[in-house]
Ligand binder design. Sequence first.
Ligand code: MF3
Ligand code: CO
Ligand code: CO
Length: 275
Amino acid sequence: MVTYLDAATAPLRNTGQIRLHGPENFAAMRKACALTARCLDELVAIVKPGVPTDTIDRFIFEYGMDHGAIPATLNYRGYTKSCCTSINHVVCHGIPDSKPLREGDIVNIDVTFILDGWHGDSSRMYPVGQIKRASERLLEVTHECLMRGIAAVKPGLRTGAIGAAIQTYAEAERCSVVRDFCGHGVGQLFHDAPNILHYGSPSEGIEMREGMIFTIEPMINLGRPHVKVLSDGWTAVTRDRSLSAQYEHTIGVTATGCEIFTLSPAGLDRPGLPS
Ligand code: MF3
Ligand code: CO
Ligand code: CO
């Protein structure tokens, strides 16, 4: 049986129970998530052909330091970078390195800042120079999947409504949904209950309630859904080497739907695509 508890008094570890956050926690999440969104905005001017992902990683580290925040990925389960940079057929958890980005690449940059103890988790796709029409279509489909998932958030419905909305749209567009990674509760913990699946049916999952805070972060492939993790222990790639894309928002469930905490203040939620 799933249980819900007041986030203000619950122990700070993932017990599988669902935290319900009050207005103070929502206010704290708004701040952490706004910082992450502003940093993702800054990256639009930085991502270019020839730039190594290490340079992006260093920018994000310094941006955090300059604003009193720590990148949550730093030393997280042995991960040593300030972000994930997932290029082309990399599904997620790509590790920044010295290799330069190339014209036509699509790269996901995933940033989580901890500000005053609260985690703001968001990622966007960045086109590198001019990209192919097929790549652009994948980005459009994937962003639409995220927004349709968000539109399905409503107290009283189950989390399966989110996955169903995403899977229905992705598959109608002849794309596939990655099953091996999911969205997650987030707050003072980076990865908390519940898991948010990006596929499934409205009758599955747990009931959404006002005060829940979680991410939605669909990974969508042009080819088959299957992934494998490389020998570095992190980098997840499509088995068929088809292109993969991901966008991520952190949201809070309200009385009528949800509030997106990580929206771009500059309207740059889908860099390089027509807004
Ligand atoms: N930010 C990722 C997420 O959306 C998690 C990255 S964990 C890392 O949940 F260790 F790979 F960085
Ligand atoms: Co996340
Ligand atoms: Co993330």
